[in-house]
Design a protein around this ligand. Structure first.
Ligand code: AMP
Length: 281
């Protein structure tokens, strides 16, 4: 497995593999890798897998956790190697933002799917995500790119971006990988105290309880949301940011809940912001 730091080396490595007839699959990450990421890496066994590891400064708000975000490159490379990854791309800020992070001169911005929920709470977040993903697509020129449903709105924003900018890339969505108690694996879980970790599965419990209400015939989004709020209000130390039921492609709110809609949650446990979601069957 090769660990590459520069745009030029990455292009040379990908060109060589493309000339040899290999399909290229990109798995974009911010590092602090866990089994969820490893599952993404194993989706495309026939392809040469490129994992990018880059904590992208432009997708963090001024009060968010950019500086304390875990950076564990050695352990990340070991996990990638284990998962059979061909190339790790771990660029510097200068490589990704030639004009400087504080003075970006070209942005890529999806403005419809990105408008609500995470986009509303985290202004500029998806602009940062779209810009860095577009750069990674241009540098790596993958045939396939793998994204987790854990970040459901991000997945939908990226699918829009690929369609709108006509990237010849197939997006492969991967269901959320969870701990045995239901908590969605996340790099941010390592911020949780012991007590917070014990309460963290309540997000998934609330989502599955809402799913069960839906399966029992409830179609009123307000009543499902009220149930979610009531469940989560009882959890010590938890502060709900939003509980939404949305159309899965546009993330617009629904008036009547249907199969295929998505329930999305964001909540703080202490200082840590967790998100989760469930697609209604
Ligand atoms: P991150 O490093 O958090 O930016 O995530 C990189 C990619 O891994 C994104 O496509 C995430 O949606 C995906 N991912 C993170 N956690 C999980 C999980 N628990 N299950 C599935 N995919 C995940």
């Amino acid at each position: 497995m090769q660990v590459i730091r520069t745009f030029g080396e990455m292009q040379a490595a990908v060109n060589a593999r493309k000339r040899a007839g290999q399909t290229i699959a990109l798995v974009p990450t911010m590092g602090a890798l866990h089994d969820g990421h490893a599952t993404l890496m194993r989706q495309t066994p026939a392809a040469a897998v490129v994992v990018s590891i880059y904590v992208n400064p432009t997708q963090f708000g001024p009060t968010e956790d950019f500086t304390k975000y875990p950076r564990t490159l050695d352990a990340d490379c070991a996990l990638c190697e284990q998962a059979g990854v061909a190339l790790v791309f771990a660029p510097t800020d200068a490589e990704m933002y030639p004009n400087g992070v504080a003075a970006v001169s070209t942005w890529v911005d999806e403005v419809q799917v990105a408008r609500r929920l995470e986009g509303e709470r985290r202004p500029g977040h998806f602009r940062g995500v779209c810009t860095v993903v577009a750069k990674l697509f241009n540098i790596v020129r993958p045939d396939l790119a793998v994204f987790g449903q854990k970040d459901f709105q991000q997945l939908k924003v990226i699918q829009r971006l690929v369609r709108d900018l006509r990237y010849p890339i197939t997006i492969i969505p991967v269901p959320t990988v969870r701990a045995a108690d239901g908590l969605a694996l996340s790099s941010r879980n390592r911020y949780l105290t012991h007590a917070e970790r014990a309460h963290a599965p309540s997000l998934w419990q609330a989502l599955t309880a809402a799913r069960d209400l839906f399966l029992a015939g409830e179609r009123d989004p307000a009543r499902l949301q009220a149930g979610l709020r009531a469940t989560l209000a009882a959890v010590p130390g938890l502060r709900l940011d939003y509980a939404a039921i949305a159309e899965a492609e546009t993330l617009e709110p629904v008036r009547v809940v249907q199969a295929g809609n998505v329930i999305l949650l964001a909540a703080y446990l202490g200082q840590t912001r967790l998100i989760d979601n469930l697609l209604l069957p």
